[in-house]
Write a protein that binds this ligand. Structure first.
Ligand SMILES: CC(C)(COP(=O)(O)OP(=O)(O)OC[C@H]1O[C@@H](n2cnc3c(N)ncnc32)[C@H](O)[C@@H]1OP(=O)(O)O)[C@@H](O)C(=O)NCCC(=O)NCCS
Length: 173
């Protein structure tokens, strides 16, 4: 695979922004309108990521690097910002892999590193939100062991239903 996963630094901002736009444009065009997608992903999000990564304390973001390029990234929230998390559930968020690296294990490597981080930090449960129609990502997460927990909400950006999945970290491989 030739991919290394490590914690993100501020200078990864441009690579993360590019990976985000590339992944979402291809992944979401199956079920979201072209206008929404091109409007959202034509704007460069590098400055937003630079500010996010420079925050103190720094956020927990992992990047997958192949040939000196960011090919994927994932962010971890401890705790999840969901009101019902009770402060004891962590959340995986902002997960993307560039399309030309799909199905080569990059997503698995990112989640694996994120879940190891959570286990080592004493978290017992991880959740995530995914668009109900995002079959690719739902299959990916289900393969790792995440299961629907019944929570649903409407994503304000897309107006689409999103569903929550959850994993007990003691069950994680
Ligand atoms: C979802 C995503 C992160 C998966 O990343 P990836 O690097 O392709 O994942 P992996 O190669 O580690 O795949 C691991 C397993 O997940 C499952 N999987 C991944 N993509 C799948 C697909 N399109 N259909 C069915 N199963 C899939 C398979 O079981 C796969 O194992 P296999 O390739 O040996 O069969 C990637 O497709 C992506 O970035 N999508 C766009 C952004 C997105 O939707 N993010 C999630 C937001 S909540």
């Amino acid at each position: 695979m030739g991919v290394v996963v490590r914690r993100a630094v501020v200078d990864d901002a441009a690579g993360i922004a590019a990976a985000h736009a590339a992944a979402r444009l291809v992944a979401y065009r199956d079920f979201l309108g072209h206008e929404l997608l091109s409007g959202t992903f034509s704007a460069d999000k590098t400055a937003i990521w630079r500010a996010r990564l420079a925050a103190e304390p720094p956020p927990v973001v992992f990047v997958a690097i192949r040939d000196a390029q960011v090919v994927g990234y994932c962010m971890v929230l401890t705790p999840s910002e969901d009101e019902d998390s009770g402060g004891v559930v962590a959340e995986l968020t902002r997960m993307s892999v560039i399309p030309d690296a799909w199905r080569s294990g990059v997503g698995t490597a990112l989640v694996s590193e994120s879940l190891s981080f959570l286990q080592q930090s004493g978290w017992a449960t991880a959740s995530l939100w995914v668009l109900e129609q995002n079959a690719r990502a739902r299959s990916f997460y289900a393969g790792i062991g995440f299961q629907l927990d019944g929570a649903e909400t409407v994503d304000p950006w897309s107006g689409q239903l999103q569903v929550r999945m959850r994993l007990e970290l003691t069950d994680a491989t």
